[in-house]
Design a protein around this ligand. Sequence first.
Ligand SMILES: C[S@@+](CC[C@H](N)C(=O)[O-])C[C@H]1O[C@@H](n2cnc3c(N)ncnc32)[C@H](O)[C@@H]1O
Length: 385
Amino acid sequence: MSYRLFAVTAPGLEPLVMTELANLGLSAQKPTSFSLSGEPVEETGGVEFEASRTDLYRANLWLRTANRIIYRLGEFRAVSFPELRKKAARLPWETVLSPGQPVAIRVTCRKSRLYHSDGVAERVAGAIQDALKQPVPLKKFDESSLPLPQLIIVRFSHDECVISVDTSGALLHRRGYRLETAKAPLRESLAAGMLLASGWDRQSPLVDPFCGSGTIPIEAAMMARKIAPGKNRQFAFMDWPGFNKKNWEKVLQQATSHEIRHSPVIQASDRDAGAIRIAKENADRAGVLNSIQFECLAISAVQPAGLSGWIVTNPPYGVRISPGRDMRDLYARFGDVLREKYPAWHTAILSSSDVLYGQLRLPAQDKIQLINGGIPVSLYLGRVE
Ligand SMILES: C[S@@+](CC[C@H](N)C(=O)[O-])C[C@H]1O[C@@H](n2cnc3c(N)ncnc32)[C@H](O)[C@@H]1O
């Protein structure tokens, strides 16, 4: 059986998820919709792909930059509630829901006659009951209260209804290693995206001199050592009636058998001793503590580990940390340190504005627009000159 899947990503990360899927032997494309004038428009926020059941397991296990993977259970046109209930009841719910499994239904409606999202959710819940012939407990989807219900995603657009089922459960960036965070942590998926976009070869030295809770160096060590990001967590598909435990265990075993012990030099520093303590604990939980050299250092005291390599970092940008404080001096100093100690190193620096980045006086060869914790940011890619 083949599954029609959609990997949900933060806007800007779609090309990286496509590359990750290609590395798994899966080809994906950006979905298109049509403008009022009939022109095709590429949608953001994810990519579509088809996969076997084994590949669905592999994609959840391996994707570092996606938020979740959803499975398109069915689609149809509906303009009235009875029509919605009747058509939704025909979908193969028995393949994804065990009897008594609680569900959460998330609805969005755009330009459709059925626009009342609570009403739509109620009819879809009724349809599931009709199909399974027993009551379906409805719950809220709250990632902080486990066990999670099975998430059902209903999307109406121009009277066309698409019903999808989440295959992941908790968001994929939740690898399970980060129990504590320092100030303004990055999502693991964004940190992985920065590393992939930077073109780091996974062999040269890598430095994060503003490491906070260690997300970038930990993700880097996991990538270099071929550690699957999802190997220590549960996924929603594991509760489906058709879950093939043997198959999953094989996928997991294959993944762990390819892990490698050694990693290139990865240096992580921060001037905050509390952040370094947290970063070390996170690295320990991720199983990569021995791959990272942690040090409590201000930016002016860092020392390069080699003649060339990559600096991948997100310095403070004064929005979430020290609001209102001018960060320009810090950026100017960071630029001086780079020119003095890291000539010709590659850089991937996440920052909130061109003005701040400009203080570094480093030309950017490329700039990728992203969102970090609701704040629009850019990843500036370049080389120290
Ligand atoms: C945006 S946070 C980094 C967050 C990190 N990427 C994470 O995922 O947790 C910026 C970090 O820069 C550190 N920092 C601020 N000024 C510094 C300086 N002059 N030298 C070194 N680190 C500094 C802060 O302590 C903070 O942890």
